[in-house]
Design a protein around this ligand. Structure first.
Ligand SMILES: Cc1cc2nc3c(=O)[nH]c(=O)nc-3n(C[C@H](O)[C@H](O)[C@H](O)COP(=O)(O)OP(=O)(O)OC[C@H]3O[C@@H](n4cnc5c(N)ncnc54)[C@H](O)[C@@H]3O)c2cc1C
Length: 397
């Protein structure tokens, strides 16, 4: 592993999760001078990306996110021919389930997907029962169905972006932690790392939950705090008697269930389900594993929706830190001082929008005009007293 630093870089990208990898890849594709990617982990991507469930959906209650998600989805489908490698995209479909009080709002949010160029159909209970016969519809009013949704593998995706970026000339430095930003006068001029200094024209903070910490080294206050999010896998190992019917697992669309606040997706290993996020004060490299109590509430919720999972064993759990902002939407742009750009605070949903964030943020860093799709996410919205809000919320989303 090469940890030697070049004498200088035009751009240093801090963080090799899906966002940093996508930005570095797009900078290199646009031939933007010399780019160095610093990732504290080895290999890259020891943050949220490696723990992510990888759900892909366009449906959001915040339509600025809908626009980024719709723009992103084709990138997962065409990954092999563009980035190269395999991002693990599985087009199993996506379902958003809501209660009877939210069917009108669901239609508005589904229409927003269509207006952005995506595909979303509103399904009533009869259509749903035919689509997902093993799923209980207790408490469900309607669903939005996206046939092109599903999931991909965030770790594979980030890895293939890093490989492609390296082939395009990006210096990828794994095991290199940025400890401080360098400044001269009122601009950021590079980074200090565990292996030395690296002067740079622009520094991009794409280091997820850690972005606030690095920003603070030069007095920049980024509205990003760490939360710990979990995922668990219930499965069907050959030797147990708990075997949900195969038909229940394999073809099941990825699903967010707003009526009970849970999400799940299935693959060959079994069914992954989300475990709610918690603020984490001890932000470190090693995230605390999920505890039994945290797991049991999420597991009970999932069993309500898929009764055949009752008694099925939990095979594995994992947890990761993600950066959260006060309005739970990313911060992307130039926070000041000059020379510093940020794309962090993905707030539990950064994977599905990463192709658009990577492309558009790289365009801005490369000197392009501000892109209107990123304007809602600017860092100064909090100091200006205009956090993002939505009129189209459900109970949990
Ligand atoms: C359990 C779980 C389930 C999820 N499910 C979904 C989902 O279904 N769909 C979806 O869209 N999103 C999901 N997410 C969220 C999504 O995975 C994240 O929003 C996204 O991966 C964030 O990417 P990132 O690159 O911003 O951050 P990260 O992946 O955390 O990357 C930041 C990187 O920066 C590195 N770093 C930090 N500080 C430094 C430093 N000082 N110097 C050098 N390197 C540094 C870290 O090691 C890390 O690799 C989930 C997340 C989790 C944890």
């Amino acid at each position: 592993v090469d940890t030697t630093l070049p004498s200088a870089a035009d751009v240093v990208v801090v963080g090799g999760g899906i966002i940093g990898a996508a930005i570095a890849y797009h900078l290199a594709s646009a031939r933007v001078g010399s780019v160095t990617l610093c990732e504290q982990g080895r290999p890259a991507g020891e943050g949220s990306t490696t723990r992510s469930a990888g759900l892909l959906r366009c449906h959001h209650t915040s339509h600025p996110l809908t626009r980024l998600a719709v723009r992103s989805l084709p990138a997962f489908r065409h990954w092999r021919g563009t980035v190269g490698g395999d991002c693990g995209y599985r087009e199993v479909g996506f379902l958003m389930l809501v209660g009877p009080d939210h069917t009108g709002t669901l239609a508005v949010n589904a229409r927003a997907v269509e207006e952005c160029g995506g595909t979303s159909q509103v399904l009533g209970r009869d259509d749903l029962a035919a689509l997902v016969p093993g799923v209980s519809l207790a408490g469900v009013g309607a669903a939005a169905y996206e046939p092109s949704g599903g999931y991909a593998d965030p770790q594979f995706a980030a890895r293939s972006l890093v490989v492609a970026a390296r082939q395009l000339g990006v210096r990828v430095r794994e095991g290199v932690r940025v400890t401080k930003l360098l400044t001269s006068g009122d601009r950021v001029t590079g980074v200090v790392t565990n292996v030395g200094k690296l002067p740079a024209g622009t520094v991009v903070l794409a280091n997820g939950a850690w972005a606030g910490k690095v920003g603070r080294t030069v007095g920049v206050s980024l509205p990003v705090t760490a939360r710990r999010i979990g995922l668990a896998l219930v499965g069907t190992p050959a030797r147990t008697r708990h075997r949900p019917p195969a038909a229940l697992l394999a073809p099941l669309p990825a699903c967010i269930d707003d009526t009970i606040g849970c999400y799940f997706r299935s693959d060959d290993a079994g069914l992954y389900f989300g475990v709610p996020s918690h603020p984490e004060v001890r932000l470190g490299r090693d995230v605390t594993p999920l505890r039994g109590g945290e797991l049991s509430a999420a597991r009970a919720a999932i069993t309500t929706r898929i009764p055949a999972l009752r008694g099925a064993p939990v095979l594995a759990t994992r947890a990761g830190f993600d950066g959260y902002t006060p309005d739970r939407q990313p911060v992307i742009g130039w926070p000041g001082p000059e020379g510093l750009y940020v794309a962090a605070g993905m707030s539990g949903g950064g994977f599905k929008i990463s192709p658009a964030v990577g492309e558009l943020a790289a365009g801005e860093v490369a000197g392009g005009a501000r892109h209107h799709l990123l304007d809602p996410f600017r860092p100064d919205r909090f100091t200006a007293g205009h956090p993002l809000d939505s009129d189209h919320r459900y109970v949990y989303s």
